[in-house]
Design a protein around this ligand. Structure first.
Ligand code: 13P
Length: 287
């Protein structure tokens, strides 16, 4: 059964580790993530962007697929199904479809409007027992065609949004989705410390988990980050493994064209990436 992300994140924040949000794109991806977290006894948050939801045939399809896998694969670790960077309308649609957690990304609105919309969603999520992530200060890079400038969040604005009663807060601290440019200045730990000082026990979320060096990840966790999002790294490992399989010519031989064979190296590659992230974030055996 899907669960809200609230309890797993509060445990992570207290326990000094982070829960991975792994974004999913298809059946193989989802199965690979669920099997790996079950093996490692780790909680997980399955992230679905609005674009990925559309690609997979709509939010209800995603809910059906994930719930089916939880039952058929006998998954016993806590799993939340979470909308990633949701619009206000997208948040409402996923709630209706049966997601157990949503992110409302109002970071591009003026702060007053971000507060107003986030507050409305806090009330809805509280009534239904769902977790809600809010964002302050847009994350850099491109996601689903939206390019964020990589703002650094204002700690005071973070406090205003945290005080609305959200479950978790994503704050821009120089992090970027996807690959990091060679001249990247690194995470703004000074800002993270100020945000933590003002928001207390609020679990903080670090987006753009792909290109952040391991030492920065560990420092961020030590300063209150309890959830780290990973998307691009799984896409890169899936694509590289599939390309290798095709280049070796195996897809042209015998039954190599069978999608169950063609997609297997990518599925194995995702398992390896998830294993690596769970180990780095410290959430193994915390289920
Ligand atoms: P990456 O694509 O950099 O892993 O970031 C994922 C993310 O933050 C999704 O919200």
């Amino acid at each position: 059964m899907l669960v809200s992300a609230k309890e797993m994140l509060e445990k992570a924040a207290k326990g000094g580790y982070a829960v991975a949000q792994i974004n999913i794109n298809n059946l193989e991806w989802t199965k690979a993530v669920l099997e790996t977290v079950e093996e490692m006894r780790s909680p997980v948050i399955l992230g679905v962007s609005e674009g990925a939801g559309k690609y997979m045939g709509g939010y209800k399809t995603v809910v059906g697929m994930v719930n089916g896998l939880l039952t058929e694969l006998n998954i016993t670790v806590p799993v939340a199904l979470h909308l990633d960077h949701g619009s206000y309308e997208g948040a409402k649609k996923t709630i209706e479809a049966g997601f157990s957690s949503v992110m409302f990304d109002g970071s591009h609105y003026p702060i007053a409007e971000n507060i107003e919309k986030t507050k409305e969603l806090v009330d809805i999520c509280n009534k239904l027992g769902l977790s809600l992530e809010a964002e302050v200060g847009s994350i850099g890079g491109e996601e689903d065609g939206v390019v964020g400038g990589g703002e650094v969040a204002s700690p005071e604005e973070c406090k205003m949004i945290a005080d609305l009663g959200v479950t978790m807060l994503a704050a821009g601290i120089g992090n970027i989705h996807g690959k990091y440019p060679a001249n990247w200045q690194g995470l703004r730990f000074d800002v993270l410390e100020k945000i933590k000082a003002l928001t207390g026990d609020m679990p903080l979320v670090l987006h753009g988990g792909t290109g952040i060096p391991a030492d920065m990840i560990q420092k961020a966790i030590s300063l209150g980050v309890a959830k780290i999002n990973v998307n691009t790294e799984c896409q890169l490992s899936f694509a590289a493994a599939t390309r290798k399989y095709i280049e070796e010519g195996k897809d042209l031989e015998g039954k190599g064209f069978d999608p169950r064979k063609l997609l297997k190296p990518g599925y194995e590659a995702i398992k390896a990436t998830v294993r690596e992230k769970i180990t780095l974030f410290g959430s193994a055996n915390k289920a």
